[in-house]
Design a protein around this ligand. Structure first.
Ligand code: NAD
Length: 485
């Protein structure tokens, strides 16, 4: 697909602007396309279209909406190769990863389509029947970051549509193209106004969070921006889902099979070049196996190919954008300045003009160092030596973040007891990053508010309505009517 200019999708129509934003391929630094820089009036038009579409869409049956999600999933599957190529060109990730993101996005929509909308009967007596059902919240403003642009959009689109909401979707200005193409295709089967997409620069997100006719903001991004979204949404009392940053830890117990876990721990930290909210950001390894396991991870790391993700043999692409590239370089420099030992990553990577950073692994830097405390969000990983399990659990929990984490051990019962002590929204045992559309996913502490995924995520796209129905005594209907009259 060699298009160079894209339009927004508002009310089922393509909409252009005079002002445009350039989208850059982070591997080559070439401008690959432009997208509109949405004006405030155009955002108003998108919100108005979504409002207008809401009564009709919310009145469709949930069975019809399930079918729509399945069809949207099929559309993604049919377009996998084209969308994956586009995703790699704007995001930088390896083609295999991009394909995986498109296919997982399709599976996500199809999985969400199977969710049941709960109805709670809190009282059912001869006197009254009291039920709580869920109604759609209205117009959802969905705001998405650049690391997993398509699937993070689907985390919002799937449950929002199933619940009967209409949507104004805003991708990151760094990665708008794949999502835009999906929304174009989706509008071939959706009624106009149900799913709108706007693109723009720094002003657009705040316009959405303060917009009086948007009922809910579903936001994924950094914790700092999440706080701004929450503050801005206060004026109109918006419903909010905030999926924010993390500093996920892996705790590796001394009984693991080193040869099996080494590569899995590597990918836990380096998938998508470390640009993953649920990427492992620090690995605590028991002292008894620290030397052999760190050696095995480093040996594996030396085999991994970094380069332009469009080349089939490449496993890790560049950092997505200049600001993040400079942030990660500053974290690496901090480690250099503080004399941390580099196990691998001291040499620059020769992969072209883009935002490339070599796979970098640090040997037991101090707990209070920047690389351990910050969310690095890049291909730089500290390995940390521990002796005492209680102590390491308190170090893990000392973080302001609480997104996810993992425990690695041959003893499943022990691993589970450790997992239950970790203060985060998700803990994996002997794996990482497995997400299901049927399970709640979300952060605690400074990692977020509310959840996406599962019945809980669907509920977060709705408001509750309780209907309390008093049963009249037999023959009392006329009398009651008379009393009012
Ligand atoms: P970001 O917060 O800079 O931007 C996210 C989105 O918000 C973008 O679309 C951006 O244009 C928009 N935005 C920026 N300022 C805004 C404002 N004031 N009001 C409204 N919208 C605004 O994040 P990023 O750099 O794109 O993504 C990286 C961050 O996202 C990392 O911290 C990562 O951990 C986090 N993340 C979290 C999850 C999760 O599920 N918890 C998933 C992926 C990424």
């Amino acid at each position: 697909m060699n298009r160079s200019s894209y339009c927004m999708v508002i009310d089922g129509q393509t909409v252009a602007t005079d002002e445009n934003i350039a989208v850059v391929n982070p591997a080559t630094l070439e401008v690959i396309a432009t997208v509109p820089d949405c004006s405030q009036l155009q955002l108003d038009a998108a919100v108005t279209a979504a409002r207008r579409a809401f009564p009709g869409w919310s009145a469709t049956s949930i069975e019809d909406r399930r079918q729509v999600l399945v069809t949207l999933g099929d559309i993604l599957l049919a377009e996998t190769e084209a969308l994956a190529g586009l995703l790699t060109s704007e995001q930088g990730k390896a083609l295999a990863e991009a394909r995986d993101e498109v296919v997982s996005s399709a599976e996500w929509l199809k999985g969400v389509a199977t969710l049941e909308m709960p109805v709670t009967v809190s009282e059912d007596t001869p006197d009254r029947r009291s039920t709580t059902r869920r109604r759609p919240v209205g117009v959802v403003g969905a705001i998405v970051p650049w690391n997993y642009p398509l699937i993070l959009a689907m985390f919002k689109v799937g449950p929002s549509l199933l619940a009967g909401n209409t949507i104004v979707l805003k991708p990151s200005p760094f990665t708008p193209l794949t999502t835009l193409r999906f929304v174009e295709l989706a509008n071939e089967i959706l009624p106009p106004g149900v799913l709108n997409l706007v693109t723009g620069g720094d002003a657009l997100g705040p316009w959405m969070t303060e917009h009086p006719a948007i009922d809910k903001i579903a936001f994924t991004g950094s914790t700092a921006t999440g706080r701004r979204v929450m503050a801005s949404g206060a004026a109109t009392l918006k419903h909010l889902t905030l999926e924010l940053g993390g500093n996920d830890a892996a705790i590796v117990l001394p009984d693991v099979d080193i040869s099996r876990v080494a590569s899995e721990l590597f990918w836990a930290g380096f998938r998508n070049s470390g640009q993953m909210c649920i990427g492992t950001k620090r690995i605590y390894i028991h002292a008894d196996i620290y030397e052999p396991l760190s050696h095995a991870i480093v040996e594996y790391a030396r085999t991994v190919v970094v380069g332009n993700g469009a080349q089939e043999d490449v496993q890790l692409g560049p950092i997505n954008n200049k600001a993040q590239y400079e942030r990660v370089l500053a974290i690496v420099q901090d480690s250099r300045d503080n004399g941390h030992r580099f196990l691998v990553g001291d040499e620059p990577v020769d992969a072209g003009p883009g935002y490339f950073i070599p796979v970098t692994i640090l040997d037991n830097p101090p707990e209070n160092s920047r690389i351990v405390q910050d969310e690095q969000f890049g291909p730089v990983l500290p390995l940390l030596r521990y002796d005492d399990l209680d102590e390491v659990i308190s170090l893990v929990n000392a973080s302001e973040y609480g997104l996810a984490g993992s425990v690695w051990s041959a003893d499943e019962a022990l691993a589970r007891s450790v997992a239950e002590r970790i203060e985060s929204g998700t803990v994996w045992i002997n794996e990482t990053q497995y997400l299901s559309p049927l399970a709640a996913f979300g952060g605690v502490k400074q990692s977020g508010l509310g959840v996406e995924g599962g019945m809980e995520g669907l509920i977060d796209c709705t408001v509750a309505q309780t209907i309390v129905q008093r049963h009249l005594p037999a023959g009392a209907a006329g009398a009651a009517h008379g009393a009012v009259a």
